[in-house]
Design a protein around this ligand. Structure first.
Ligand code: XMP
Length: 319
């Protein structure tokens, strides 16, 4: 019977053989795939691994801190955190068109990653968390229009540009196997079960032009959504659950006063492959609690909506 523990052991052996005494760079995103790659490489080559976390200022609440904690307390890895938030904000100023946002974020990411990577001496390899479904999709995507509907900045380009050889130790695995492997390697449960998060981060969930103020509102609202879904024991059952800040103000009433404030949409989907998805039938009581908490606790929000669109024709993200 095929065992994940055998896979881990075998892969660690192969990595050691391929890498020798050279160094490997691994980009950490906060997601499960890159974390598992880093954990696997750390087991294999320890101090020869350098991890780079580009904080684009578009991460979820506490995301940078969680990753830093996992990779410095548990693994003691050589972790380089690049606080690139200001550069990203500058590049996004005045931009509201989704594809243009993605393009600029992708460009900034490459710049930030490159400038840190070139500081790491004698780096020869770049490790990436490519999974089996990505391998299939990238092959199939070449002759279909679907791949160009949204630009995914975190695939392709970078290793060649930097002259690195690519290591993709998860190429044969599905997501559930990656999660089990992560647990086996000692990663925290919270990290291993975290819902996927797009490379452009909160930028594609903060509709229209982005400002620090809007991001702060979205981050708080999103944290409440996730916290309540976890408290209800439904986080692992849903595939992606998050908040979206709409570029719309609407009228409300608070005490005796009229308000004219922001609207937050809650998005939660169930899916196997992220190509099609259905909206999660979250219990009304849970939705009520989320709504009450967001309106009471997040300043500047007076209305919460639940997104009941399936994919297709809607996409999971709003931008
Ligand atoms: P959509 O919105 O197209 O999303 O239904 C499908 C899945 O892909 C994620 N997504 C992205 N991931 N870079 C990423 O790394 C991106 O630009 C990007 N856009 C969407 C989305 O979160 C969902 O899981």
């Amino acid at each position: 019977k095929w065992q994940l523990s055998d896979f881990a052991e075998e892969t660690i052996g192969q990595i050691r053989e391929i890498v020798g005494d050279r160094r490997v760079i691994c980009g950490l995103s906060g997601g499960v795939d890159s974390s598992v790659v880093a954990a696997l490489l750390y087991k294999a080559i320890g101090p020869q691994l350098a991890c780079i976390l580009v904080d684009n200022g578009l991460l979820r609440k506490a995301e940078q801190a969680d990753v830093v904690k996992a990779f410095t307390e548990h693994f003691k890895a050589d972790l380089h955190v690049v606080d690139a938030g200001p550069q990203f904000m500058e590049a996004l100023e005045g931009i509201s068109e989704p594809q243009e946002k993605r393009r600029r974020i992708g460009h900034q990411f490459i710049e930030a990653f490159k400038s840190e990577a070139t500081k790491i001496e004698s780096a020869h390899f770049l490790a990436q968390g490519t999974l089996y479904p990505d391998v299939i999709e990238s092959g199939a995507a070449q002759d279909g229009p679907a791949a160009t509907i949204k630009l995914h900045h975190n695939v392709g380009g970078l290793p060649e540009e930097l002259g690195f050889e690519l290591i993709e130790p998860l190429r044969d695995l599905f997501k559930d196997e990656v999660r089990r492997l992560g647990i086996e390697l000692g990663l925290p449960e919270d990290l291993v079960w975290r819902h996927p998060f797009p490379g452009p981060g909160l930028a594609v969930r903060c509709l229209g032009e982005i400002t620090e103020e809007k991001l702060a509102v979205l981050r708080e609202a999103d944290a409440i959504v996730v916290e309540e879904v976890k408290a209800a024991g439904l986080y692992r059952q849903t595939s992606q659950t998050f908040a979206v800040l709409l570029p719309v103000q609407s009228v409300g009433v608070m005490g005796d006063a009229r308000t004219y404030d922001n609207c937050v949409a809650v998005r939660s989907v169930d899916t196997d492959d992220f190509m099609t998805a259905d909206w999660s039938r979250l219990p009304y009581d849970l939705l009520a609690k989320i709504s009450t908490r967001i309106i009471n606790e997040v300043k500047g929000v007076n209305r919460v909506c639940y997104d009941i669109s399936s994919k297709p024709p809607a996409t999971i993200e709003w931008e």
